[in-house]
Design a binder for this molecule. Structure first.
Ligand code: ADP
Ligand code: MG
Length: 264
């Protein structure tokens, strides 16, 4: 079954329909955000098998979906069900064993390895499981390093890192090391880092998993606003049934198979 966040497709429609406000915050950004009804990410019969022979594991099985700009989408499922693998396939960090992944109109699953960093740099912001910050770098430097990798260098990179930290409410924490930040602040640094280069797609792997419920909700609200107010596609893994009300759409995954989910 093809799963869709668009009006077409067999699956249930979204509960909310938000118009995207296109706010491009920084003149450094060259790419404009997509329109709210535009399909940003498309998976066609995507499967991923790790290993070969008897020890092989099919982590993702025949997943098809169209995901639109401006949507805040949750992926839920038990440990080992294929959530991280699916996110990595979406983010071009893994290639599917079979099937194809399109970002806008470009088939990224068949691109040569050398061309993938460009896609990752310009299209995708990743929030990894755990905070995954460099412990010896300040909040500002953690964001700046990612900006440097995305082509923002020197003063330009530093100014943009400050700008992104201010956007997540951390203007007064720029020179703190991760160990001097609370869990919520660390995750905000990770969100700022994911915004480097103004990507159309934000993929977040259990961003609230290590946070108390109030802080988890705050982080989820920041991510929702990045979808609804700025027209990004935000696709987030979460186990937290207390914040499902924030999502436009929920998917469940079990043994690598995706199903349309519902609020609990
Ligand atoms: P989740 O994020 O839902 O916990 P994963 O995508 O990490 O699930 O894992 C799905 C399945 O794939 C699990 O059975 C896991 O053991 C297996 N798996 C994940 N990564 C690898 C890998 N690099 N090599 C082999 N098997 C893997
Ligand atoms: Mg995982």
């Amino acid at each position: 079954m093809r799963h869709s966040s668009a009006a077409r497709g067999a699956c249930s429609e979204l509960t909310t329909n938000h118009s995207a406000l296109f706010t491009v915050h920084c003149s450094l950004f060259t790419e404009s955000m997509p329109t709210a009804t535009q399909t940003v990410l498309r998976l066609d019969h995507v499967s991923k098998t790790y290993g070969e022979g008897e020890s092989s594991v099919e982590a993702v099985h025949d997943v098809s979906m169209d995901l639109d700009a401006g949507k805040f989408i949750f992926l839920m499922g038990p440990s080992g069900s294929g959530k991280t693998t699916l996110l990595m396939l979406m983010g071009c960090l893994l290639r599917p064993t079979t099937g194809s992944v399109h970002i806008f109109d470009e088939e990224v699953s068949s691109l040569a390895e050398a061309r993938l960093p460009r896609v990752r740099r310009h299209r995708i912001g990743f929030i990894f499981q755990g905070f995954n910050l460099f412990p010896a770098l300040t909040a500002l430097e953690n964001v700046e390093v990612t900006l440097n990798l995305k082509g923002f260098r020197g003063e330009e990179g530093r100014a943009e890192a400050r700008n992104l930290l201010a956007r997540v409410g951390l203007a007064n924490r720029t020179h703190h090391l991760p160990e001097d930040l609370s869990g919520g602040e660390k995750q905000r640094v990770a969100v700022a880092r994911a915004l480097a280069g103004n990507p159309s797609i934000i993929l977040a792997d259990e961003p609230t998993g290590m946070l108390d419920s109030k802080t988890g909700r705050l982080i989820s609200e920041i991510l929702r606003d990045l979808a609804h107010e700025e027209g990004r596609l935000v696709f987030m893994v979460s186990h937290d049934s207390r914040i499902t009300a924030l999502a436009d759409q929920i998917f469940n995954i079990e043994d690598g198979c995706l199903k349309e989910g519902s609020r609990q």
